[in-house]
Design a protein around this ligand. Structure first.
Ligand code: F6P
Length: 508
């Protein structure tokens, strides 16, 4: 870390010590506190009025971002520079939705993305003209979570031509439960795998292909078209993706075809336009007014200076029930690193544990720990002002609960009875959408993507690789023959556990 950055880092530690000794309520800076702690882009509002921060600490954080070159790195990201250093790749997910970057590789990527979009629309027309009513998207991780979230969140915006289903986990229960509800003659299957070598997708794909019994409705989305062709998928039914899009950032490519099929072309476009608006904002807004920059800086503030090891994502909207799952991958697979770009160990904490669930249901499960547990867990509350249903009273109660929880966590409450004391001082932010439509969902998802990148710049780590998941995959491949009774694998404990499993399996 350079001397200038170290200097900011030390100053921020001192600011944090000072602010940790200040009651959170004491940080509200007058009647315009909320408006001073709020950024709005179109119909998305980010309010950080309940964070444990004041103007002086915020200015220092912004200075850190300036000296760390956050704005330049955002430009480099969207221009197509090699930001994924361990795999020597760009990370051009923004080019899938945003045409405003000036870098040559960004322009090439955009042209390639538009070409695939045309092919995707042609295949969609063919499907729409056929008897197909149901689509099964088979993929896992980034090849599943984003489209699954969009399809679920925007159910009220579905065009209605296709029903869309997902199978991710290698657990055969997924296929076993879903397939009896579908007619193979009226179903199309999309196998989504960037690498085309993922065990889960390969095994589920085999089940689905056999069940379908007709390859004319079997499609693939992959960056390895050759591998798809080798298993017999016809070239005209393969939609490409590319090395320069990371799996967890790939929703916006043909990986999201299932979501496009559910939404129809116009709403799919609106989703991409929302994300593009966020891209343009991230690129052009000054640091102090930049939504993903502020969001990312507050994440760093809570993690590195206030020392909070966990972060909750709390959508107060059933439609966003899958958001915590999607963000777990985007945030934790991107930032779960302990070495810098050059391989040297970091000397500070990186990603917090990200988790969450919908309000108000979560209030009746884990909120007890948020209010009175020994860990302080900063949270993002996500609310939607206008519902997609007519039950006004329920919706008002939902939003009242959201606001009440933020207040209770921040302010706490004292009592003579220790069991009834709330310490308070627990920070949170609010992301408020005017309504949940394709455009605002696009903005919301892109906000988190860029916030993650901002955090990675400040930590000096690569947000676009995921080497940490490889060891487990290799060991699973070694243990698989042992489970079948073909030799031994694993360490002494795994070998005993294999015996235990085989013993039970052979008895049944
Ligand atoms: O879990 C690791 C991972 O590589 C993710 O990054 C990725 O989204 C997922 O597996 C699926 O990979 P693929 O699209 O190559 O099947």
């Amino acid at each position: 870390m350079s001397a200038a950055l170290l200097n900011h880092w030390d100053a921020l530690k001192a600011q944090a010590d000072r602010l940790l000794a200040t009651p959170l309520a004491g940080l509200a800076s007058g009647v315009d506190h909320v408006s001073r702690c709020m950024l709005t882009l179109d119909n998305l509002h980010f309010v950080f009025a309940r964070q444990r921060i004041d103007q002086s600490a915020l200015e220092r954080l912004l200075a850190l971002a300036g000296d760390a070159g956050v704005q330049e790195r955002l430009q480099a990201l969207m221009d197509g520079e090699t930001v994924n250093t361990t795999e020597s790749r760009a990370a051009l997910h923004s080019a899938l939705r945003f045409g405003g970057a000036t870098g040559a590789s960004a322009k090439e990527a955009r042209a390639a993305a538009l070409e695939v979009r045309v092919r995707m629309e042609l295949l969609t027309e063919q499907l729409a003209a056929s008897a197909v009513t149901d689509i099964v998207s088979v993929g896992i991780g980034g090849s599943d979570l984003g489209p699954r979230l969009v399809v679920d969140a925007l159910r009220e915006h579905h065009e209605g031509r296709f029903r869309v289903h997902f199978i991710g986990n290698v657990d055969g229960s997924g296929a076993h439960r879903l397939l009896p509800t579908l007619d193979p003659k009226r179903t199309a299957v999309i196998l989504v795998s960037k690498s085309f070598s993922t065990q889960e997708t390969h095994l589920n794909g085999q089940i689905l292909r056999q069940w379908l019994g007709d390859d004319s409705r079997f499609f693939a989305v992959t960056s390895k078209p050759q591998a798809a062709a080798e298993i017999g998928v016809a070239p005209e039914r393969i939609l490409p993706m590319w090395d320069w899009v990371g799996g967890r950032y790939s929703l916006w490519s043909a990986v999201g075809w299932s979501a496009r099929l559910a939404l129809g072309a116009d709403r799919w476009d609106a989703l991409l336009e929302g994300a593009a608006a966020l891209d343009a904002h991230a690129l052009n807004a000054p640091l102090a007014k930049n939504l993903p920059v502020l969001h990312g800086l507050l994440a760093i503030w809570n993690r590195n200076f206030l020392g909070y090891a966990s972060h909750a994502i709390l959508p107060y909207d059933e439609r966003l029930g899958l958001l915590p799952d999607h963000l777990q991958q985007v945030v934790m697979e991107s930032l779960g690193k302990s070495v810098r770009h050059d391989g040297t160990p970091v000397t500070y904490e990186t990603v917090p544990v990200l988790w969450g669930g919908t309000g108000t249901s979560s209030q009746h499960s884990f909120f007890q720990a948020l209010h009175q547990g020994t860990e302080v867990v900063p949270a993002d509350f996500i609310g939607v002002v206008r519902p997609d249903h007519p039950h006004r009273e329920n919706h008002q109660a939902l939003l009242a609960n959201l606001l009440a929880q933020m207040e209770a966590l921040a302010s706490g409450s004292q009592s003579d009875n220790a069991h009834r004391c709330y310490a308070g001082g627990r920070p949170s932010s609010l992301i408020l959408l005017d309504s949940l439509d394709p455009y605002s969902l696009g903005m919301l998802l892109a906000l988190y993507e860029h916030s993650v990148f901002v955090q990675s710049v400040l930590w000096g780590i690569n947000a676009f690789d995921q080497w940490g998941v490889e060891l487990g995959k290799r060991l699973a491949n070694e243990l698989l023959p042992a489970l079948r009774g073909e030799g031994e694998a694993g360490d002494a404990i795994s070998r005993e556990l294999v015996k235990l499993v085989r013993g039970v399996a052979l008895r049944s």
